[in-house]
Design a protein around this ligand. Structure first.
Ligand code: GLU
Length: 278
């Protein structure tokens, strides 16, 4: 039964929705009034036919949401305004993946340090000024300066599903070592997943973010951005992930697990609920 929260389901139209998405969307709907948000900032990977399939598969599952759904590709001015507000804490970065790998390899033996966005950025461009940004630079948040600006020594949040009675906390040092200077604006996009999610959750009045456990570490980034932008921090519930028979988390390329595939084989929405353990 739906609770009183405002929740959301925020897929990217880069493939067909699979059973993991079905579980995520049904979880959002079970906890409140759910908003749909199409996360299509990566124009090169998103396709209109996948967006149409999202609407169709969700409606088939019996879900409903306020129309029209929010589309991130319509929201660039809001992201740019947030980026401008954060400007004193950001810097332009021209490092490509190979540069980052080389910089990290020098002092490091073995596996390179990685966080929710991949390799931990070693800070090579941190001294650079935004006024000297090149058009194809990315914009990064200087996390050390962000902690200073917030007068905080740590960032934390509670999760309704994982240890609900205690705060999940990262100290400044843990944040720097385990996440690092996150990208707020990607090359040619004018925003990043993290910035867009935070701006949009606030704009949609979301009070409970339900999403997969794989995004747990990213939530520390989102809470930091909410603090920096004076936005409310919603409640969080990171749910279990749906895995295939080999125990591997489903991905967009798993077309065999696409909702569409089960529909075509004659499954009902109730069958899909059962398959994801609901
Ligand atoms: N768009 C993200 C995805 O498809 C989810 C975003 C979120 O829940 O914050 O995995």
């Amino acid at each position: 039964m739906a609770g009183g929260a405002v929740t959301r389901f925020a897929p990217s139209p880069t493939g067909l929705l699979h059973l993991g998405h079905a579980f995520s969307a049904l979880t959002a709907a079970a906890h409140g009034r759910f908003h749909l948000r199409i996360e299509d900032i990566d124009r090169a990977r998103c396709k209109p036919e996948f967006e149409a399939a999202i609407y169709d598969d969700l409606a088939w599952l019996g879900l409903d949401w306020p129309r029209p759904a929010m589309r991130q590709s319509d929201r660039l001015p809001a992201y740019q305004a947030a980026l401008a507000r954060l400007a004193p804490l950001t810097y332009p970065c021209r490092c490509r993946r190979g540069d980052i790998r080389a910089a990290l390899s020098a002092p490091q033996e073995g596996a390179l340090p990685a966080g929710p966005d991949g390799l931990i950025y070693p800070g090579t461009c941190r001294h650079r000024d935004l006024r000297d940004a090149d058009p194809d630079d990315v914009i990064r948040l200087d996390v050390g300066r962000a902690f200073d600006a917030l007068h905080l020594g740590s960032i934390g949040f509670r999760d309704r599903a994982i240890l609900p009675d205690c705060d999940h906390v990262l100290t400044r040092a843990q944040f720097l070592d385990g996440i690092g200077d996150v990208i707020l604006s990607r090359r040619g996009m004018g925003t990043s997943y993290h910035l867009a999610v935070v701006v949009d959750d606030a704009a949609q009045g979301v009070t409970l973010v339900t999403r997969g456990k794989d995004l747990f570490d990213s939530t520390f980034i989102h809470v930091m951005l909410q603090r920096l932008l004076d936005l409310p921090t919603p409640a969080y519930l990171h749910h279990r992930l749906i895995r295939d028979d080999a125990g591997i988390r489903l991905a967009k390329r798993d077309d065999a697990r696409a909702i569409r595939h089960y529909r075509d084989k004659g499954a009902t929405p109730a069958d899909v609920r059962r398959m994801v353990g609901l």
